[in-house]
Design a protein around this ligand. Structure first.
Ligand code: ADP
Ligand code: MG
Length: 483
C-alpha cells in the first residue's frame, strides 16, 4: 500500500512531503463535507417525502372508506397515525438507509484492511460479528420498547380525543379525574417505554465501547509481546482495526434506532390496509333525478348482530314533506343513512324513482341531498365556510338566502364579523339552537332536491321551530323533504 501511494505521488510529479500531504488532507475533507451536505440534504428530503406519501396514502384510504368503518374508528388513533406514526415511520426509514450507507463503509474499510493484512482483517471481522451477537439483546429490548411506545401512543391519543369530546359533562359533574387518572397512567407507561429505549441505547453504546477496547488491548498485546512487531506497523493496524470495528458498531447502533421506530411503520401500514379493505363501493353510474319518489323496498338492516329494521317498505313522494315518527332507538337515523347510501341494506333495496341505489352514481346522489344531522357539530371555521363547506360555486348571496330561510340571518348580522365570525371548536361559541340553524342553512344553501332533517328542530324554542316549519312548507314543492 505504501509503495502504491508513493508511486501515485511520483506519477503526479509530486513528492509526499508533510506540507503536500496536509494540503491534500484539507482538500479531501472539504470535498467530503460538500458531498456529505449534498447527501444529507437528499436524505432529509427523501425522509420528508416518505412521511408525506404515507400521510397521503392514509388520507386517501380514509376518505373513501365505508361509513360503518368510520363508526368504529377511535378518532385519536387516526390523528395519531397521521401525526406521530408517519413521522416515526419516516425516521425508521432514515435510520435504515443510513445503516446501509454505514455498511457500505464497512465493506470499504474491510477491503483496505484485507489489502494491509488479511489475517488481521479476518480476525477483526470475526470480533465485530461477535460484538453484534453478544449485544443483540439490547437491540431486541429496544425493539420491544418501541412496539410498546407505538401501542401506548395510539391508545393514549384515542383516549385523549374521546375525553376531550365529552369534556363538558365530565367537568360539570367533576368526573374528569377518572379520565385524568387513566390518561396519566398511559402517559406514565409511555414514559417507561421511552426510558427503556434510552437505557438500551446507552447500554449498547457503553458495551460496544468497552468490547472495542478489550479487543484492541488484546490485539495490541499479541502484536507487541508475542509477535514483537515494530510500533509503526502496529499503529497503522490498530488504527485500521478500530476504524473497522467502530464502523461495524455504527451499523448495529443504526439498526437499533431503526427497530425502535419500525413498529410505527407497520402499525400505520396495517391501518391503511384495513381502510383499503373497507373501501366504499361506488358501483353505479346512472344520474339520479328524484321526480317521483324515494322508496325503501323490503329492507332489512342490522348493525353487526343488532337487527334494527326488518322488512320495511316506505315511500317518500317527491315534492312532499314526509315525517318519520318514533321513539328514540327505533331506527329513524338508520333509515336516513340508508337513503343517503351511507349504510347498505342487507336485504331489499332503496330506490330513487325507478332506479335502485346501487345503480346510481352515489356521489351525484349525495350532492343533491341536503342533510341536517342529529348532532350539529360545526367546523372550527367561519360561519360562511360552515354554510358553503368550501364549495366555491356558492356565493355570499346564496349563503345569505339560506340564512334567511333558516332564521339565523339577524343573529349572524349582529356578530362583530358577521359571516366571517369563527364559530369555535365544533361550534362551541354558539348556542345549540344557533348551531342547529346554521346546520339547516348549510343543508339548503345548494338547493337540494331531497332535504333530510334528522330531529333538526330539537334544539329550538317553539317559536323558532314553527318559523322553520313555515320555511319548510314554502320549500315544499321544489324540494322533497324528509324529517
Ligand atoms: P333513532 O334515530 O330512531 O333514535 P337509530 O337509527 O339511531 O335510532 O338507531 C336504531 C338502533 O340501532 C338503536 O337501537 C341503536 O342502538 C342501534 N345503533 C345505531 N347506530 C349503531 C351502530 N353504529 N352500531 C350498532 N348499533 C347501532
Ligand atoms: Mg336518530
Amino acid at each position: 500500500l505504501e509503495q502504491l501511494v508513493t508511486d501515485g505521488f511520483s506519477a503526479l510529479g509530486m513528492s509526499p512531503t508533510v506540507g503536500v500531504l496536509l494540503l491534500i488532507f484539507i482538500a479531501t475533507i472539504t470535498v467530503k463535507s460538500a458531498l456529505v451536505l449534498l447527501a444529507k440534504k437528499q436524505v432529509g428530503y427523501t425522509v420528508a417525502r416518505v412521511a408525506t406519501d404515507l400521510r397521503l396514502e392514509m388520507l386517501r384510504a380514509l376518505l373513501v372508506s365505508r361509513w360503518q368503518y368510520f363508526l368504529k374508528q377511535p378518532l385519536g388513533g387516526l390523528a395519531n397515525s397521521m401525526a406521530t406514526e408517519s413521522t416515526r415511520a419516516s425516521k425508521a426509514y432514515m435510520h435504515g438507509i443510513i445503516m446501509i450507507a454505514d455498511f457500505i463503509q464497512v465493506v470499504i474499510y474491510a477491503v483496505i484492511a484485507f489489502l494491509v493484512s488479511w489475517k488481521v482483517a479476518l480476525v477483526t471481522l470475526v470480533a465485530g460479528l461477535m460484538i453484534f451477537f453478544v449485544l443483540r439483546r439490547f437491540v431486541q429490548k429496544a425493539r420491544r420498547a418501541g412496539i410498546r411506545q407505538t401501542d401506548v401512543l395510539k391508545s393514549l391519543l384515542s383516549l385523549l380525543t374521546d375525553t376531550l369530546q365529552s369534556i363538558k359533562p365530565l367537568k360539570a359533574m367533576a368526573r374528569e379525574n377518572v379520565s385524568d387518572l387513566l390518561l396519566e397512567k398511559k402517559t406514565k407507561r409511555l414514559n417507561k417505554a421511552l426510558q427503556k429505549q434510552v437505557l438500551n441505547k446507552e447500554f449498547l453504546k457503553a458495551f460496544q465501547e468497552q468490547m472495542l477496547m478489550i479487543i484492541l488491548a488484546i490485539g495490541l498485546y499479541v502484536m507487541l509481546v508475542y509477535w514483537q512487531m515494530p510500533l509503526p506497523s502496529i499503529l497503522v493496524l490498530i488504527l485500521l482495526v478500530s476504524k473497522l470495528l467502530k464502523q461495524l458498531n455504527k451499523v448495529q447502533t443504526r439498526y437499533q434506532e431503526m427497530v425502535i421506530l419500525e413498529s410505527a411503520y407497520w402499525s400505520l401500514k396495517d391501518t391503511i390496509g384495513k381502510m383499503e379493505l373497507e373501501r366504499e363501493v361506488l358501483s353505479g353510474s346512472k344520474m339520479p333525478e328524484l321526480k317521483r319518489a324515494v322508496r325503501l323496498k323490503n329492507v332489512d338492516f342490522a348493525y353487526d348482530d343488532h337487527r334494527v329494521l326488518q322488512n320495511i317498505s316506505l315511500t317518500f313522494p317527491a315534492g312532499h314533506i314526509t315525517s318519520i315518527v318514533g321513539p328514540s332507538g327505533s331506527g329513524k337515523t338508520t333509515i336516513v343513512d340508508l337513503v343517503t347510501g351511507l349504510l347498505k341494506p342487507q336485504q331489499g333495496e332503496v330506490w330513487i324513482d325507478d332506479q335502485p341505489l346501487p345503480q346510481i352514481d352515489l356521489k351525484r346522489w349525495r350532492r343533491i341531498v341536503g342533510y341536517v344531522p342529529q348532532e350539529n357539530l360545526l367546523l372550527h371555521d367561519t360561519i360562511m365556510k360552515n354554510i358553503t363547506l368550501g364549495d366555491v360555486n356558492l356565493s355570499e348571496k346564496d349563503a345569505e338566502d339560506a340564512m334567511h330561510a333558516a332564521g339565523v340571518w339577524e343573529f349572524v348580522q349582529s356578530m362583530p364579523q358577521g359571516m366571517q365570525s369563527i364559530v369555535g371548536e365544533r361550534g362551541g361559541k354558539l348556542s345549540g339552537g344557533q348551531r342547529q340553524r346554521i346546520a339547516i342553512a348549510r343543508a339548503i344553501v345548494h338547493k337540494p332536491k331531497l332535504l333530510i332533517l334528522d330531529e333538526a328542530t330539537s334544539a329550538l324554542d317553539p317559536q323558532s321551530e314553527s318559523a322553520i316549519c313555515e320555511t319548510l312548507l314554502e320549500l315544499r314543492g321544489q324540494h322533497t323533504i324528509l324529517t
